[in-house]
Design a protein around this ligand. Structure first.
Ligand SMILES: Nc1nc2c(ncn2[C@@H]2O[C@H](COP(=O)(O)OP(=O)(O)OP(=O)(O)O)[C@@H](O)[C@H]2O)c(=O)[nH]1
Length: 177
């Protein structure tokens, strides 16, 4: 393969979406990859994949492989395999469900455990989904995972700030991916 052919090939990045069931992971992935939203809840069993090509500054083509992990996989045998090798992790909670925010700590622990041995750590972002359901909001927008666990500052991760999404109402997505 020539140099130019090699250069024109897309780089692949693996993004894993984690969080409790019904927090909106599939909706986030679908909104990103297909610009679609399904109102009906259909539980993801195991995992699902989505892909989208994007162009980064400098005409760099990148294919994002989005791994939508079912909320029921926590504690399951396969979860570490799903997380392995991810360059980015979105930890999704539902702003109308406080438990889904609290449980992110468990998801985050899995990410840390999985990546303990590897040199490259993924970028991790918290995503407060259903962000336009303000009437039912129970997780204040000032909460972050690191605030909840001050002793556990994520020095070993490149931790991004909290982001908000609303799949139903289609707010701009540029900051999330
Ligand atoms: N109003 C509103 N509803 C949303 C939003 N995102 C998702 N939902 C709804 O929330 C429900 C659950 O969404 P899913 O995307 O299937 O949740 P999930 O996290 O993938 O769930 P699991 O497959 O169980 O892990 C569905 O009925 C969605 O239509 C949003 O931004 N706003």
């Amino acid at each position: 393969m020539s140099d130019s052919e090699e250069e024109s090939q897309d780089r692949q990045l693996k993004i894993v979406i984690l969080g409790d069931g019904a927090s909106g992971k599939t909706s986030v992935a679908m909104r990103f990859a297909q610009e679609a939203f399904g109102k009906q809840y259909k539980q993801t069993v195991g995992l699902d994949f989505f892909m989208r090509r994007i162009m980064l500054p400098g005409n760099l083509n990148v294919t994002l492989q989005v791994w939508d992990i079912g909320g029921q996989t926590i504690g399951g045998k396969m979860l570490d395999k799903y997380i392995y090798g991810a360059q980015g992790v979105l930890l999704v909670y539902d702003i109308t469900n406080y438990q889904s925010f609290e449980n992110l700590e468990d998801w985050y622990t899995m990410v840390k455990k999985m990546n303990k041995e590897t040199d490259s750590q993924p970028f991790v972002a918290l995503v407060g989904n259903k962000s336009l359901c303000l009437f039912w909001m129970v997780v204040p927008s000032t909460c972050t995972l690191s605030q909840r666990t001050p002793s556990e500052q994520p020095q070993d991760m490149r931790f991004l700030q909290i982001l908000f999404s609303s799949c139903r109402e289609c707010v701009p997505w540029t900051r999330l991916f």
